[in-house]
Structure formats: C-alpha cells, structure tokens
Design a binder for this molecule. Structure first.
Ligand code: PAF
Length: 290
C-alpha cells in the first residue's frame, strides 16, 4: 500500500484533496483522536466502502476534556496510527495542531451548543464534553468537507448528537454509524482500555455481560431488561456504575409498555478509567399464544 499523504495544515489538506474535489470523487471521513485500534480500522474499512477517498483525522481535541480529565495522559501513538492508516489504505491523514484547529485560541473560540441532549448521561458527568465534541466535529466537517463521515456506535450519545447537529444546523454530510467492535472476551474496544490493568480488564467485562443479560430479556419488556442488567452490574466487583439506562434511538425515554428497537447504554468506572458500552435491544413481545 502507498503511504497516506499526511496533512498537518488546512492548506496541506486542501492540496491533498484538490484532485478529488476537482474530479468529483466522494470523500469519506473518519474523525479520531488517535491511539487507533481494530475498532478504528473497521470504521476506515466502512469509509473506504462509502467513499472514493478515505480521510482519517487524528486530533486530541482539548475542548472535549473537562478540568481534571485525562487530556495530558490521553494515549498519543502517531507512528502506530500512521502504520494502521497505511495498512488500511487510507488516502489522507489530517493531523492538525491545536493552533490550526483553534486559530483564535481555545478559550475564546465560538462553540457549538449541544442543547438539552448534551446535558444528560455523559453530559451530566461531563458538562462541557459534548460542546467540545460538536465544535471540533463541525470544524472538521468545514475543513475536510466530506460527503460522508463514519463514527463508532460505542459513543452512542455522541453519535446521536452529531446526527442532531447535522440535522439542526443543516450541514451537508451523511453520518454513518459502525457497530461496536469487541475483544474476543466481549470488552468494547476503546483507546482508554490501555489504562486498564489485567485485573481491571477482567472486572470491566461486567459491562458487556450486564448488557447481554439485559438484552436477552427484550421479549419480556423494558423493566425486566433493566432489572436483569442491574443484577449483573450492581454486584460486579471493582465496577462503579454511573448509569445504566434503556433509551430509544434518539436517547429518549423508553416507557414500560414500549415495543420496538431500543438501546441499553452503560457508563461505569473501573479503577480510574471511565468506560462506555451499549447494545441494541429488541423489545418485541412474542406473538400471541406462545
Ligand atoms: O470519538 C472520538 O474519538 C472523538 O470524540 C471525536 C469524534 C474524534 C471528536 O474529537
């Protein structure tokens, strides 16, 4: 595979994409914060299928980290990231500096307000997080001008908010989600998994076990789904649950008589690492008489 073109500035990115823009090739973007793993590789493969030109952005975005969060410690592995991009046949890697993305300074930047959806679940624990995420994603859309952008479903609320932003601000980009990629033992892949000790990794498996146990009760109903999932998570050693909720596709509440497709969404701390996971749940009662 030829090595991807690495663009560090907007001007270099424009030069790298000039040909594609001129001949009408479609551009597919995978926004990332680096520390790329097999989950990102799957997003890149989906992007390759969806567009003629695949762009990966690698930028650890300071505005989505709150005070005391892991901005400084966040894993940065640029050489390994570029090697993965080369293996996955990425055309262009955009690796801007903070100054390039926030030319007027981080503190004084215009920011995107995520609205009420940004204040629940992750937003309740991390009040400025989605403001930072939506701002940087909007900036990336402005500079890359992709036809389609691919995001992982592990950050389910993030994906829902990005879809809302695109709809509410009338942005001209298609958003595609990719199902969660897991280790063989069920742990959802995340760049933050590198923080887990071997013991914490074992403890973290309670998240996916709780989701699977809950989802298996889908035919019984929402109350049984949540109770079963909580039975697993609540007793799990080393796990401090933050929330475990059942939502609809737009993060709306699921009433006890809800039928259809829902999501079981969890966040918990294992050691000092905050982990997220979710699973689709089919709340479909069995046919009458069975
Ligand atoms: O999901 C991520 O890695 C980040 O939140 C994103 C979407 C790249 C924005 O910084």
């Amino acid at each position: 595979m030829p090595a991807p073109v690495v663009a560090r500035t907007r001007a270099e990115l424009d030069a790298a994409l000039r040909g594609a823009r001129h001949d009408g090739s479609t551009v597919a973007l995978v926004p990332t914060m680096g520390a790329l793993h097999d989950g990102h590789a799957a997003l890149v493969r989906q992007a390759r299928d969806l567009g003629d030109v695949a762009v990966v952005s690698i930028f650890v975005n300071p505005t989505q980290f709150g005070p005391g969060e892991d901005l400084e410690a966040y894993p940065r592995t640029p050489d390994a990231d570029l090697a993965l991009c080369e293996r996955e046949d990425v055309d262009v890697v955009f690796m801007p500096s903070v100054e390039e993305m926030y030319p007027g300074g981080v503190e004084s930047s215009v920011m995107v307000d995520p609205g009420p959806l940004g204040t629940i679940l992750e937003g309740a624990a991390r009040p400025t997080h989605f403001r930072g995420v939506l701002t940087v994603v909007a900036k990336l859309f402005a500079v890359v001008r992709p036809d389609v952008a691919v995001f992982g479903e592990k950050d389910f609320q993030q994906l829902a908010l990005i879809r809302r932003m695109v709809r509410d601000l009338g942005l001209d980009v298609r958003i595609e989600g990719h199902h969660i990629v897991r280790e063989d033992d069920g742990l959802a892949l995340s760049s933050r998994n590198t923080y887990l000790s071997a013991e914490e990794h074992q403890q973290a498996l309670a998240l996916s076990r709780a989701l699977q146990a809950g989802a298996a009760e889908g035919a019984v109903g929402p109350v049984a789904v949540l109770k079963t999932a909580w039975d697993v998570l609540g007793d799990a050693p080393g796990v401090q649950p933050d929330y475990l909720v059942l939502t609809d596709a737009y993060l709306g509440d699921v009433p006890p008589d809800f039928t259809g497709e829902a999501r079981l969404v969890v966040a918990a701390k294992v050691g000092t690492t905050r982990l997220l996971d979710n699973l689709p749940v089919s709340l479909t009662p069995p046919p009458e008489g069975r």
